[in-house]
Design a protein around this ligand. Structure first.
Ligand code: NAD
Length: 301
């Protein structure tokens, strides 16, 4: 078997085209266009690249972006105060804080300062709780992007054995909860899991987000499984790879995502999608019904 390679760039571009049309409709009504504030503390080189990409993507679809920069030694209170100002700004529909933050910061405190209605990254406790109880306003972008990729390829989720490798708050845990909402049978593995392969071999859909190159080898994957590689690792020679031995596993899987060009571009597109959704809710614009939307709560003021 040779896997179909899922083209994340193409799916992400489709979503961006849809986003561009949604922004045009908002503007055509004479309403305020969507606005996203991106907060960056310090100058972590990877964060600089992520922020630049997000701002460029906003421009591409017509979202107004505001970059808010703080020096690495800024007081946490100053950042929270600035978030408060952005929460009250009606031209801003989404606020994201680029992670990681300097070690002295209480990340939870910062993230919870963001208004639920503007939490387009989906990290606020209310949004996290909504993944368990229903009523999420903004599904977290990376797992949301994975679900969109599966839906785009018409890969059924309901009733499937899904194994998620990685249990972080931003990828693994919300991923598992979203797939449970889609009625999959979900197992979560992490760094303390004993004999990872005994779990991964059972997966109809294997989602890997551990940040470890070649963690998943062909003998750990069931023939015909769908393999989604969320990992992004830069090797010493500068090459970007995922967590999966791509060539070996592609020979066995039915579908596989490449790195780069798989999940990565979807994350940014879902951020745009969530920001426009926030703006639409504010203006109470009804967008065309989609069966795949996970966000259910109408939070318009
Ligand atoms: P993290 O370090 O916060 O969490 C990693 C998780 O993997 C932890 O739960 C840990 O227990 C688990 N893990 C580590 N080693 C393991 C092992 N040997 N076996 C099983 N589990 C193991 O990382 P994160 O923020 O969740 O990111 C994970 C990966 O996904 C990273 O490579 C990151 O760069 C990438 N990422 C990609 C996107 C994207 O848009 N494609 C978005 C976010 C993160």
């Amino acid at each position: 078997m040779t896997a179909t390679i899922i083209n994340g760039n193409a799916v992400a571009a489709e979503i961006r085209n849809d986003c561009r049309e949604r922004v045009k409709r908002i503007v055509a009504r004479g309403a305020t266009p969507p606005g996203l504030a991106v907060i960056l503390v310090g100058s972590d080189p990877a964060s600089e690249i992520y922020v630049r990409n997000k701002i460029r993507a906003c421009r591409d679809v017509g979202i107004r972006s505001v970059e808010v920069r703080f020096p690495p030694d800024v007081n946490q209170r100053s950042v929270i105060e600035r978030i408060g100002v952005l929460n009250d700004d009606p031209s801003i529909h989404g606020i994201l804080v680029q992670l990681p933050l300097p070690p002295s910061f209480d990340i939870a405190k910062i993230l919870h300062a963001i208004s639920v209605e503007k939490d387009v990254d989906g990290f606020h406790l209310y949004n996290v709780g909504g993944l368990v109880a229903g009523g999420t306003v903004f599904p977290p972008c990376t797992p949301f992007g994975v679900v969109k990729l599966l839906e785009h390829e018409r890969i059924p989720i309901e009733g499937k054995n899904v194994v998620v490798v990685g249990a972080s708050n931003i990828v693994g845990k919300p991923m598992a909860l979203m797939l449970m909402q889609h009625e999959a049978t979900v197992s979560i593995c992490h760094a303390k899991t004993r004999d990872l392969a005994q779990f991964t071999i059972l997966a109809d859909i294997l989602i890997v987000a551990a940040g470890k190159p070649k963690l998943i080898l062909p003998q750990m994957v069931r023939t015909g499984a769908v393999v989604i590689d969320v990992g992004i690792n830069r090797l010493k020679d500068g090459t970007l790879v995922g967590d999966v031995d791509f060539d070996g596993v592609a020979a066995k899987a039915s579908y596989i995502t490449p790195v780069p060009g798989g999940v990565g571009p979807m994350t940014v597109s879902m951020l745009l999608y969530n920001t426009i959704g926030s703006c639409e809710r504010r203006h109470q614009v009804t967008k065309p019904a989609s069966t795949s939307d996970t966000n259910t709560l109408v939070a318009a003021k």
